[in-house]
Ligand binder design. Sequence first.
Ligand code: NAD
Length: 360
Amino acid sequence: PTVGVVRETNDGERRVALVPKSVAALIGKGMDVVVESGAGLGALIPDDLYKEAGATIGDAWSADVVLKVAAPNAEETARLRAGQKLIGFLAPRTNESGIAALADAGVEAYAVEAIPRISRAQVMDALSSQANVAGYKAVIVAASESTRYFPMLTTAAGTVKPATVLVLGVGVAGLQALATAKRLGGRVTGYDVRPEVADQVRSVGAQWLDLGIDAAGEGGYARQLTEAEQAQQQQALEDAIKGFDVVITTALVPGRPAPRLVTAAAVEGMKPGSVIVDLAGETGGNCEITEPGQTVVKHGVTICSPLNLPATMPEHSSELYAKNLYALVELMLDENGAVAPDFDDEVLAAACVTRKEATA
Ligand code: NAD
């Protein structure tokens, strides 16, 4: 069977679905790998390195299994044929028309977002590998925009107090943001509506902010808050946020617009020179002032909403994503090395978002 790695075409997308190491690993499993010329350039991987790993450079779109980062656009979907398998970030909850087009084309599509968050599937969990990158980079962006130091410094010219950093939403990205801000010397605090997160927050040396709202939902995700809960949360956060130099927000509820945690009044309450980095821009933002993809300054507070941060660190984000995809492809192989996904496997059954029903 052949696996194809195609070139990403979205603006600013520098990631690639496989790196040479994962190409070699798939070849070791008896597969042929075809890479579209230039597919790795954004991640600084020239065609030659793929060739050295055993891939051929050619028509990756005709492979049995096509690997992508972003969902294909209409033009790209038109290049796929019935029965072909496609794996990528297909946005199954929000990209209805794209998924319908793949179904119409008879493509068997696998969305990495739909992989269950269970222990056995951790190695394939692309949401986690990329959220980790985003959480790290969010702190770097915040430090870069800040007019103040993160660490406490005692120098001949005086002592600088450490920055206080609040992370709202402590899933994978939030936890990495806390750990990264801590490593930079910040005094860090985490908040989430899932109480089980408190221990994880403390484990990275951060304080836990408890606002008394429990909104643990299904599958380890949060549920949407009721209106009353949301009002209570916004008010409590308005009071809490005043004391922080940096606020990083990562709160998401699957398939819903991002919850509004930081009101305009909360921003107004912050000290000039403070920074908010809103990682929820893609679904509207956690902060009322956020303009997705932009940086705005309001009352001296800088509010950044960078989109697709993983694409800004394409070497490591691609390496980790490639490892996720390798594991998923491996799971699809039968004992003879044929691509024959077993839909009794809950991981494959959940990840597969379009498939032909078996006909007798
Ligand atoms: P996510 O990106 O969906 O959301 C980020 C965080 O925002 C979550 O922690 C969520 O609780 C929080 N949030 C939502 N609404 C909020 C609100 N109104 N106020 C404050 N916080 C709010 O989350 P994620 O990073 O994808 O993680 C989801 C779950 O998956 C977590 O339980 C995580 O531990 C789990 N997980 C499990 C595995 C595994 O075992 N295989 C791997 C990775 C993640």
